[in-house]
Ligand binder design. Structure first.
Ligand code: NDP
Ligand code: GDR
Length: 331
């Protein structure tokens, strides 16, 4: 039985990846931080086969101890401060966790290593935010980086240090440059889930409106469940490499609102949406659209869930969830 270690196990991608790998007959270990992480119980109930181990991306000795204990075949580094807006308010923490955290994981893997015949394989969760003020459209593995936030800058560091460890120490270290991917498990702070959740609450009469920032930015949105399969496929290759993972389609926040409100049975979203500058960023990423042809050709990966289906799944999930919560509180 292969052994996989995942940082960021309590996050959206960690939860889908753990399920996927358990289905592939892996023994899955998830790194949980904090002395009493409130999400630990939830993910343990969701995936009883999952084994939780303690560690923190800011603490190298804890990461070495975890890797020594677990002796994984594959390490997936998904842990990060992942909210771009927070990275402007807490840039140093973001650099430490999202940037230096990658270096610490690579050091732990390099030091502990695995057997000569079966060295540990490493996946780094790189991001389309590295392209930032894009130099070309669509963006591919050769497109130059121009990050627009402390988060994007930290991800460029993590990406480059992953490439360096591959070249300097021969680590089987791959980097997935993933474009935005969403799901009913997306955090409520991200714009897609904020919209579907608020819309469900509007539909149920629990909320009047949604406050949003910039509606003009465009993103290449896919389904998280599809994207974790690409991560795994990268680590099954003989040679480590970098891959863009994206749908190749781009939509503005306005497009997302159009589709979501139509699905919920409204003709017009404008009466329900107000503008709030608090949700704007000092520097914005205006347009992202990925070219995943390398992943398609070399990994045999293509996305399965389209944009409208994604929005519908998220909205329907939130409608059921909010209805249950409202029912429970009135009971
Ligand atoms: P989430 O924000 O949902 O999850 C982030 C995870 O990181 C949580 O499990 C969190 O744990 C963990 N974490 C935070 N700080 C630490 C720390 N100091 N030590 C250990 N773990 C920590 O992110 P996603 O699942 O959406 O994304 C996974 C990864 O992929 C991230 O690195 C993200 O930057 C990257 N990415 C995501 C994309 C997307 O569209 N979703 C696109 C491209 C890249 P806790 O519960 O303890 O806070
Ligand atoms: P992003 O995701 O920054 O692309 O990073 P997010 O959903 O936060 O923002 C997308 C776009 O929507 C605009 N926006 C708002 N965003 C939020 N969160 N809240 C609002 O009210 C709002 N109004 C408008 C933003 O300005 C932005 O243009 C995500 C994260 O998962 C990263 O970790 C990951 O690396 C990238 O995707 C790829």
């Amino acid at each position: 039985m292969k052994r996989a270690l995942i940082t960021g196990i309590t996050g959206q991608d960690g939860r889908y990846l753990a399920e996927f790998l358990s289905g592939q007959d892996y023994q899955v270990f998830g790194v949980v931080r904090g002395q009493n992480n409130p999400k630990a119980q939830m993910i343990q109930e969701e995936n009883p086969a999952l084994e939780l181990v303690e560690g923190d991306l800011t603490d190298l000795s804890s990461l070495i101890a975890v890797i020594e204990q677990v002796q994984p075949d594959e390490v997936y580094n998904l842990g990060a401060i992942s909210f771009v807006q927070l990275s402007f308010r807490q840039p140093e923490l973001t650099a430490d966790i999202t940037g230096l955290g990658v270096l610490r994981m690579l050091e732990a893997v390099r030091i502990v290593g695995g057997s000569e015949n079966n060295p540990m394989r490493f996946y780094q969760a790189s991001s389309s935010e590295m392209f930032g003020k894009v130099r070309e459209t669509p963006q591919n593995e050769r497109t130059a980086f121009h990050p627009r936030s402390p988060y994007g800058v930290a991800k460029v560091f993590g990406h480059n240090v992953t490439v360096n460890y591959r070249e300097a120490y021969g680590l089987h270290a791959s980097s997935g440059i993933l474009f935005n991917h969403e799901s009913p498990r997306r955090g409520l702070e991200f714009v897609t889930r904020k919209i579907t959740n608020s819309l469900a609450r509007i539909k149920l009469g629990l909320q009047d409106s949604i406050s949003l920032g910039n509606l003009e930015s465009a993103r290449d949105w896919g389904f998280a469940g599809d994207y974790v399969e690409a991560m795994w496929k990268m680590l099954q290759q003989d040679t480590p490499d970098d891959y863009v993972v994206a749908t190749g389609e781009t939509h503005t926040i306005r497009d997302f609102l159009d589709v979501a409100f139509r699905i919920a049975g409204y003709d017009d979203w404008e009466p329900f949406v107000s503008h709030d500058t608090r949700f704007e960023r000092p520097t914005e990423v205006d347009l992202l659209m990925g070219d995943a042809s390398k992943a398609s050709k070399e990994l045999g990966w293509t996305p399965k869930v389209g944009f409208e289906e994604l929005v519908e799944r998220m909205y329907e999930h939130d409608l059921a969830w909010e209805r249950t919560k409202a029912g429970n509180s009135s009971a």
